[in-house]
Each structure stands twice: as structure tokens, then as C-alpha cells.
Design a protein around this ligand. Structure first.
Ligand code: SAM
Length: 307
């Protein structure tokens, strides 16, 4: 069973969304985390409940206990992300470094890059053809994509078959949270003018855009979506709180961060961060997050005036 970013078993209907909403709406300074370490099988699975409102309401305690007990007895499934592409090399580097690499090494996720040309019939391994009706640009052919997706679907059930496309839903953190709850995801990276529409109509379950601009292919969007998902898997980041306190998790931008030295050429770190006073630091960070959000991304506040 796969665990949600909050460490809950996602297979329990509604859990992921409920938890996600609860966390999205809990005000930042009124949150605390409970970190529960738990050995499941050979994996040291960290089960953590993120950003709970404090004081804990009694109504949250019972389901949480139940979930904790469940988590103790279920083995976490490996998340699997398959990416279908005509340019596998383009995905090698982005998915073989940093947090994504470590998540793979820790056995939290398996990423398979599948070459669409392996599903062609002709000696040139063609995957594109002229567009019906004429016009500039080639179109990704239906047959290789159909063959590849049909074969992959025969091997496992996909929670989502995603096509990356400029006209898809705009990718955001909430979507990354939702996708990180899934067990099996297939991402089809488009090329040329795009894929034959019939693939989109009959085989794709979700279409995602990474922004209002056009790239040459879907490999970078696929890598971006994959990275955003993987960093949310419990254990992918050594300090779980780090992913949870990032921008957008709670409709706020992250506060500024500093490290040593505290004085660089007279550029000072805000004194509160050196005070050692945890409550004051939390308060300052929250105020900074609110101020930055109001100034830089007021759209995230949905018209709420917070300052
Ligand atoms: N003709 C398409 C259009 O105008 O919408 C653009 C095709 S683009 C040159 C080739 C492929 O790159 C697309 O099929 C898609 O898979 C990918 N792509 C390009 N921009 C993207 C974006 N902003 N988000 C997601 N995928 C994108």
C-alpha cells in the first residue's frame, strides 16, 4: 500500500484528499508535526502526520490512531512512474541526480523510461507522419503509442496515464500532492505537433501543462512532474518537514532562508533567527511567508487580506 505525503495509506478512499485539504487550510503557525518511526518489512518507513492544527482536536485523534495502527501493519508499495518517450536520453540526467536519485536508491520509487521506437514496425523506427489536412509539422503516429500503452497496461493498472501538453491542466503543487498518492503513473511525452488526437481521446486519463509556453517535447515536462511528485514521497527527503514547508503547500510562499555566516560584509541575518526562541522564529517565518505571498503572489490568497 502506498502512503500519502502525510504518511497515510492512500488506498483508504478519501483519506488523501481529506488530509490534503486539512493541511492546505491549517494556518501555518498553528501546525505541528508528529513524527512516528515505524519499521515495515525491511524498510524503515517514516510515518508522519504533517502540519496538524494545534491544539489537536479530539476528533482528529481517533482516526489518526486508527491510521497509525493500520500503517504499522501494511507494507508500503513502491511507487512506479513509467515515461514513454522518443528521446530517452533527455530524461536520463534530470532523473538521476539529487533527491530523485536517492529516492530510487532507497527503493521508494521506480522510474522506467521506455523508448517509443521499440514499438515501431518499420526499419526506420518511424514514430511520426504527415498531418491529415496538410499544414506544417509532423504528428506522432497512433500505432506505436497504442502498442506501447496497451503492452504497459497489460502489465499493471495505471492510476493515471498522463499526456504532457500545453493545453492541459496547469501543473501545480496540489496536483503534485494528489499524484504522489498514486501507485502507478504512466507519462507520455509528446513531440512534433503533438500526438494523434485519438490517443488523447481513448487512452489518456489526464493532460498536464507545465506552463503557458511551448517546448520542443514532453520530456522536460515529464521530468518536472516526476521530480515534484517524488520529493513528496515520505522518506525521499531526509528532513520530511522540508518538503512540507515549501512554497504552495499551504497557499503561501516560503519564508526567506539564511545560513552561516550570520554577518557577511555587514549583511546581517535577521536577529530573531539567531535568538534560539522557537516560537518567535515560527511567528517570524509565518509573517514573512504572508508578507511575501501578499506582495509577490496575491492570487494565492484568493482575495483574503492577511496583513
Ligand atoms: N502543437 C502543440 C501546441 O501548439 O499545443 C505543441 C507541440 S510541442 C512542439 C511538442 C510536445 O511538447 C507536446 O506534444 C507536448 O508533449 C510537449 N510540450 C510542449 N510544451 C509543453 C508544456 N507547456 N507543457 C507540457 N508539455 C509540453
Amino acid at each position: 500500500m502506498h502512503l500519502t505525503p502525510a504518511g497515510f495509506p492512500s488506498a483508504i478512499p478519501g483519506i488523501g484528499d481529506e488530509i490534503d485539504n486539512a493541511m492546505q487550510h491549517a494556518p501555518q503557525p498553528k501546525r505541528q508535526s508528529i513524527l512516528l518511526s515505524n519499521d515495515v518489512g525491511n524498510k524503515n518507513t517514516k510515518i508522519f502526520l504533517k502540519q496538524l492544527p494545534v491544539p489537536l482536536h479530539l476528533c482528529t485523534i481517533e482516526p489518526l490512531c486508527l491510521l497509525y495502527i493500520l500503517c504499522n501493519f501494511v507494507k508500503t508499495d513502491l511507487m512506479r512512474i513509467d515515461i514513454l518517450t522518443v528521446l530517452p536520453d533527455l530524461l536520463e540526467s534530470p532523473l538521476n541526480h539529487s533527491i530523485v536519485k536517492r529516492a530510487k536508491e532507497k527503493g521508494l520509487v521506480e522510474i522506467n523510461i521506455i523508448n517509443l521506437r521499440d514499438f515501431t514496425n518499420d526499419k526506420y523506427k518511424s514514430v511520426d507522419d504527415y498531418a491529415f489536412g496538410g499544414g506544417a509539422g509532423m504528428v506522432m503516429m497512433i500505432e506505436p503509442v497504442y502498442k506501447a500503452i496497451t503492452k504497459l497496461k497489460s502489465e499493471r493498472d495505471y492510476d493515471e496515464i498522463i499526456y504532457t501538453s500545453p493545453d492541459g491542466e496547469r501543473f501545480n503543487q496540489k496536483m503534485a500532492n494528489q499524484l504522489s498518492l498514486k501507485n502507478n503513473i504512466l507519462i507520455l511525452a509528446g513531440h512534433y505537433k503533438g500526438i494523434d488526437q485519438r490517443i488523447r481521446d481513448h487512452l489518456i486519463t489526464r493532460e498536464i501543462s507545465i506552463g503557458d509556453y511551448v517546448l520542443s517535447g514532453g520530456e522536460l515536462p515529464a521530468a518536472i512532474i516526476t521530480d515534484a511528485i517524488i520529493r513528496l514521497i515520505p522518506g525521499a527527503i531526509s528532513d520530511e518537514q522540508s518538503a512540507l514547508s515549501d512554497s504552495f503547500q499551504d497557499d503561501l510562499l516560503a519564508p526567506p532562508v539564511y545560513t552561516r555566516p550570520s554577518d557577511f560584509n555587514g549583511w546581517q541575518v535577521p536577529p530573531v533567527l539567531l535568538s534560539g526562541h522557537a516560537a518567535e522564529i515560527d511567528k517570524w517565518r509565518h509573517e514573512q511567508a504572508e508578507e511575501r505571498t501578499e506582495r509577490l503572489r496575491p492570487d494565492l490568497l484568493n482575495g483574503k487580506k492577511i496583513l
